[in-house]
Write a protein that binds this ligand. Structure first.
Ligand code: RFL
Length: 408
């Protein structure tokens, strides 16, 4: 805190029931739930509004998550514009293998780019419900978390001055690279980590999708993925060494490798286009347990990271946000602390389930290219079983679609 900060107990120190750190899907959903219940909250975000409304990331949203958004009045645009996906296709051994997961389960996926969801959530929170949000803040720090009067301070981007805000609760929703996770003392939280030792070159192509469904290429040269984002833009992934330099991947090499790894009998070649994003993601996961310290509640990637292997991260962020938003409303409006007390445990069941599926799927995707013929043999057997055994196909479909625990 610098000398420009108001004294913590000064009458001029602003006070909000909840300060939300981070305006991603988790933080904005919590902000919306609080505002819809008539509660004030302050959202602090390091980036600009334009930046968060354009940052490309997720696209696959599970049905229960959309239902959770709909019940909270947050899914009108999504329901109008999202595509419904009902099947996926694995390509291995030069053949195509389709799995109609909707036929097996009656459920489907929604595909709605994360920037569109973030745009919808910011508009609802700030423009419709009049919620307070500060963009471009710097050096966010948390204080007095183990008291019932915690505080958050930050540098205001316009004045350069430190600002202090008192609150009842802090929601740590600042993603994998934020600061709130570090506020949990190591002796009070366990961080479980898993590093897959694999990189993915994440690509966005200005090209229409080359299939009516998601494609997973399991190939001795490495995994390749194809996921529609919109009629004009398609996401692709290529397995690569962790820490690889995107400059090692000129466009010609990318397209040659994608065409090769996703080739299969009867499949037309991919439609190529300009590559508008090219970045290497190292595949690693972590889980913080418990997701709570004093008056700080973590949600989304701040609490648990799931590499995009199984397209689960944003879904988990929304699950946490529904639980935390509702629990904060129950406490702040009725003094009911049951939801807050059970928050971490209620989130972690789904988190660990998705972590396990991500690990299972990583072995399926990457075993064939591991260089270990034993792993290659067992993972191809695992994959064949999904198509040959209805029970295995159903089990895959249920995990792929996400655990459905009924109304959210
Ligand atoms: P976010 O979205 O990272 O938002 C955190 C926000 O906090 C801000 N921030 C801070 N603000 C204040 N103070 C600080 N000190 C701050 N530090 C950071 C950041 O600027 C940001 O605005 O976290 P949240 O809300 O938990 O949401 C998580 C999801 O974004 C993430 O899990 C998904 O994008 C993961 N993911 C996918 N998830 C899915 O469910 N389905 C998918 O299809 C899917 N595809 C993907 C993905 C992630 C990807 N990347 C880039 C890792 C595809 C990719 C390529």
């Amino acid at each position: 805190m610098t000398s420009t900060s108001p004294h913590p107990n000064s009458p001029s120190t602003p006070r909000f029931p909840v300060v939300v750190v981070g305006a991603g899907p988790a933080g904005l959903t919590i902000g919306n739930i609080l505002r819809a219940a008539g509660l004030d909250c302050l959202v602090l975000e390091t980036e600009t509004r334009e930046f968060i409304e354009q940052r490309p990331r997720a696209g696959v949203i599970e049905e229960w998550a959309v239902e959770g958004l709909r019940q909270r009045g947050l899914a009108a645009n999504l329901l109008e514009r999202a595509q419904r996906h009902t099947q996926c296709e694995f390509r291995f051994g030069g053949q195509r293998h389709r799995l109609s997961y909707t036929e097996l389960t009656g459920h489907h996926h929604y595909v709605y780019p994360q920037p569109l969801l973030v745009t919808d959530l910011v508009r609802e929170y700030a423009d419709v419900l009049g919620g307070e949000i500060r963009f471009g803040v710097r050096d966010v720090e948390l204080h007095d978390l183990d008291t019932d009067r915690p505080a958050v301070s930050y540098t205001d981007p316009e004045t350069g001055q430190r600002q202090l805000v008192r609150c009842d609760f802090v929601a740590g929703c600042d993603g994998a690279r934020g600061v709130t996770r570090a506020a949990l003392p190591p002796e009070r939280a366990r961080v479980a980590r898993h590093d897959y030792g694999i990189g993915w070159l994440a690509l966005l192509a200005e090209a229409p999708p080359s299939s009516d469904c998601v494609l997973f290429g399991v190939h001795p040269r490495g995994f390749a993925g194809h996921m529609a984002r919109s009629p004009e833009v398609t996401r692709y992934y290529l397995e690569c060494p962790p820490g690889d330099d995107p400059d090692n991947w000129p466009d010609d090499r990318v397209w040659a490798e994608l065409q090769h790894r996703l080739a299969a009998t009867g499949a037309p070649p991919l439609t190529e286009g300009r590559l508008i994003e090219k970045r290497v993601l190292d595949m690693h996961n972590y889980v913080v347990e418990p997701m709570v310290f004093g008056r700080l509640f973590l949600a989304g990637d701040a609490a648990h990271l799931t590499a995009p292997i199984a397209a689960k991260g944003m879904n988990l962020a929304l699950h946490d946000a529904f639980l935390l938003g509702d629990a904060l409303v129950a406490y702040l409006t009725m003094g009911d602390s049951v939801g807050l007390g059970g928050y971490s445990e209620a989130c972690l069941g789904r988190v660990w389930e998705y972590q396990e599926f991500s690990q299972w799927l990583s072995e399926v995707y990457h075993g064939a290219s591991s260089g270990d013929p034993y792993r290659a043999g067992t993972t191809l057997a695992r994959l064949r079983r999904v198509f040959e055994s209805p029970a295995a196909g159903l089990a895959f479909a249920e995990s792929y679609l996400g655990k459905d625990t009924g109304p959210q």
